[in-house]
Design a protein around this ligand. Structure first.
Ligand code: SF4
Length: 118
């Protein structure tokens, strides 16, 4: 019981640290965390677990290939590697981050790159 509580605390601390670290990075890219707290919490929880399991906070919404050069393109925040696509949607693929000028993230949808008219 004590061990489980301590693991939960570690996860919470890691989640806070990731949030702090990511905030500074995405800010410089013109993005911010979504105002949808539930989505943000769920995605960061998932990233903490992915990091524990695979060594990096991989994207919860994109599958890993186990080829390092490919998988590095989906370590959060992956915005620099998919900039054109995410800028056109005004959000990242998962919706964890949105453009700074976005007021209502629920209005933004995922559009596969193959369907984008850019
Ligand atoms: S799509 Fe969003 S949440 Fe997923 S890794 Fe990229 S920036 Fe992070």
């Amino acid at each position: 019981m004590i061990k489980r509580d301590s693991a939960k605390m570690d996860d919470l601390e890691r989640k806070k640290a990731l949030r702090f670290q990511f905030e500074g990075i995405v800010d410089k890219l013109g993005y911010k965390f979504s105002s949808d707290d539930e989505i943000v919490n769920d995605l960061l929880d998932a990233e903490v677990q992915l990091e524990k399991r695979f060594g990096s906070p991989y994207c919860p919404c994109q599958g890993r290939t186990n080829k390092r050069s490919d998988d590095m393109l989906i370590v959060c925040p992956c915005i620099p590697f998919h900039r054109k696509h995410y800028d056109a949607m005004k959000r990242c693929w998962c919706g964890l981050y949105v453009h700074k000028d976005v007021v209502d993230p629920s209005k933004l949808i995922q559009i596969p790159m193959s369907e984008m008219r850019m």
